[in-house]
Ligand binder design. Sequence first.
Ligand code: DAT
Length: 147
Amino acid sequence: MLLPNILPGTPGVGKTIQGEELASRSGLKYFNVGDLAQEGQLYNGYNEEYDCPILDEERVVVELKNQIREGGTIVDYHGCDFFPERWFHVVFVLRTDNSVLYKRLETRGYGEKKLKEEIVHQLSSNKPEDLKDNINQILKWVKDHNT
Ligand code: DAT
């Protein structure tokens, strides 16, 4: 059996565009968890603060389990924490620089609050100078979020 794959990454990194092309070129099936949730209304509430429905993770897991039972699928979702690890054979994480991502999500109509909360901050840690830069960047974030 061909095990499923997953393409996680924060919103806007290109999971959909690349997942769909991969599916057509590889013969794997493509599943977009967001679309699946919308089709089956797999929600258990609404988050007024972020202006978006709350995913019913248990029902998503049940639904997806049925869909990917045969294996050979690409699953598109921005996280993978609530999927059982044994489902996946490999994990490919897509990454985009924060400034580029911010513009993409703005174009997509994300509100200011959601933009700030959704973005995963990536820091390079390859050389000694990076250590100081990273600490400064994190300290700046802490300061900005304490005012
Ligand atoms: P996701 O499914 O991860 O939320 P997407 O596939 O919908 O993201 O892509 C969001 C937008 O960004 C879409 O207009 C395509 C564009 N995009 C994605 N990856 C890109 C890349 N490497 N270079 C340029 N544009 C990209």
